[in-house]
Design a protein around this ligand. Structure first.
Ligand code: OAD
Length: 237
């Protein structure tokens, strides 16, 4: 096996599940309780902003009640101790990776704790409600702030950086994601085409499980720390 130096990790809702944040596609998950087209599209926001803002206000409040789990902590440890290249690409819009201490991190689907002003394009850290249609702290225009979340039909963030990192990678690891939403679901194939080794860590086989060279199944709080320990042992050995 080629020596591993550059690692790209993709994380999804499964990493935060054991912190108490609902995943999207499990039984009782967020998309079983809400229709995506009612709460997670620009059209929904134009049609019924109150419904959309109320949904995201609840999600924003919820993530502030929970704590990072052993999977976030293990990835933060990997970030601190891995001497080679590393990028954690998260589809998650919570802040649990950074609260655990991860720094080499990119939020491709936006962040609950950011508000985006459609009038001036400014982003602001936001912990409270958006439902009362606040004015933008920068430009002062009222009623133009929306959650800084990438909705269906919108372009995920920082794709150039992501593909550049995948091009340099020796190992691509997908953790806690169902492989249902593109472009993230396609990263494993992009990686494979470049000859990058691929590993899936998930509770169960994902939709794209067959694309991975190796899969380890179990709760993220167990399989992620085990894998990180193994990798750091290899580095020091
Ligand atoms: P999903 O809900 O689609 O998938 C979560 C995955 O995590 C599933 O494969 C579960 O089996 C797995 N899982 C659940 N609990 C786990 C645990 N304790 N340990 C390990 N794995 C576990 O969530 P995502 O794949 O993240 O986009 O969804 C992708 C995107 O779809 C989200 O970013 C979101 C959503 O629409 C936006 O909101 C823009």
């Amino acid at each position: 096996m080629t020596e591993i130096r550059n690692i790209v990790i993709l994380t999804g809702a499964g990493v935060s599940a054991e912190s108490g944040i609902d995943t999207f596609r499990s039984a009782g998950g967020l998309w079983e309780q809400h229709r995506v087209e009612d709460v997670a599209t620009p059209e929904a926001f134009a049609r019924d902003p109150e419904l959309v803002l109320r949904f995201y206000d609840m999600r924003r409040a919820r993530i502030q009640e929970v704590q990072p789990n052993a999977a976030h902590q293990a990835l933060a440890r990997l970030d601190a101790e891995w001497k080679g290249g590393l990028l954690i690409i998260t589809q998650n819009v919570d802040d649990l990776h950074e609260r655990a201490g991860a720094g080499r991190l990119l939020h491709m689907h936006g962040e609950h704790l950011n508000a985006w002003c459609l009038a001036c394009d400014g982003r602001h850290r936001w912990y409270g409600t958006l439902l009362d249609r606040p004015s933008c702290p920068t430009c002062g225009v009222p009623g133009q702030m929306r959650p800084d979340i990438v909705w269906f039909g919108e372009m995920p963030y920082r794709m150039n950086e992501i593909y550049a990192a995948l091009n340099r990678a020796d190992l691509f690891v997908s953790i806690g994601t169902s492989g249902a939403v593109y472009p993230a679901a396609g990263f494993v194939r992009d990686a494979r085409e470049q000859g990058v080794r691929t590993l899936e860590l998930n509770l169960e086989p994902s939709q794209g499980s067959h694309w991975f060279d190796e899969a380890r199944h179990g709760p993220a709080s167990e399989v992620v720390p085990e894998w990180v320990d193994e990798l750091l042992r290899q580095q020091s050995g």
